[in-house]
Ligand binder design. Structure first.
Ligand code: ADP
Ligand code: MG
Length: 253
């Protein structure tokens, strides 16, 4: 079934920058196989929430649980091996490496050999395994044919897919995507939506951050809406669209 156990939970997260409460008491839960969208106007606190959950920023208050284990305040390199992977608003791609090498980076990091040893050819078997896993992930996102191209040959949309392939190759089951639709053409957005829905059906869990209500409408099971650092609504896309607080935040009604 689509809805499984809670895989990621945020409880009362808080973060201040100087006198500004960027995130103020935000809670939500993501279940296995679910697509949860975190939306809100610019400056609402979405990216900060994201960074608190991935460990990129330490919270001033609140807790984060991953697969029931508390990970509050742990740095990303300790959180990611537990099965959480993220993409960035601006893709982190190594332009002179091949698409395949880019996709394999997270897998290299996971091997016992370590990235540098693999890079210098000390562990051929590990390298072959990492590349095979990466190639499979690339096929999954529709980039299999481009595996041996240089990464800077990819369009902006393809680079986003490459980041997603890297997450899949890393073995992450909880996928946190920051503005996955940014820079994508309409057709590419539809392909991305189809892919994310297929992944969720297989048991991947997706938390995506976006300010584009249209993108999340056909995609998210549930939506958390933020404004001025606070959660102002939560529900199905239909429910939050009808919510007067949400309409006010978006449209100034
Ligand atoms: P969103 O992603 O929803 O657009 P952010 O989480 O990026 O919002 O930002 C929330 C608020 O916190 C904004 O007012 C922003 O200017 C502020 N902010 C974000 N990061 C920092 C930072 N590192 N230092 C100071 N202020 C920040
Ligand atoms: Mg942001």
């Amino acid at each position: 079934g689509r809805r499984g156990e809670v895989v990621l939970e945020a409880r009362g997260l808080r973060k201040a920058f100087g006198g500004l409460l960027a995130v103020n008491g935000v809670s939500f839960a993501l279940r296995r196989g679910e697509i949860l969208a975190l939306i809100g106007p610019n400056g609402a606190g979405k990216s900060t929430t994201f960074n608190l959950v991935t460990g990129a920023l330490p919270p001033d208050g609140g807790q984060v649980f991953l697969f029931g284990k508390e990970v509050t305040g742990l740095p990303p390199y300790r959180v990611h091996p537990l099965g959480l992977g993220r993409t960035f608003q601006h893709p982190h791609i190594f332009p002179e490496m091949t698409v395949l090498e880019n996709a394999a980076l997270a897998t290299y990091a996971r091997t016992r050999a370590g990235f540098l040893q693999v890079l210098f050819g000390l562990h051929r078997k590990e390298e072959a395994r990492a590349l095979a896993t990466a190639l499979e992930a690339l096929r999954r996102v529709g980039l299999g044919e481009l595996a041996w191209e240089r990464a800077d040959r990819l369009t902006a949309g393809q680079q986003r897919l490459l980041e997603l392939a890297r997450l899949l190759a890393s073995g992450a089951e909880v996928l946190l995507l920051d503005e996955p639709g940014a820079g994508l053409r309409a057709g590419e957005k539809r392909e991305l939506a189809k892919l994310l829905l297929a992944l969720a059906r297989e048991g991947y869990s997706v938390l995506l951050v976006d300010h584009d209500m249209d993108l999340v409408m056909g995609l998210a099971d549930r939506v958390v809406v933020m404004n001025y650092g606070e959660k102002i609504a939560e529900g199905t896309p239909e429910e939050v669209q009808k919510n007067p607080l949400v309409r006010a935040a978006y449209l100034g009604e």
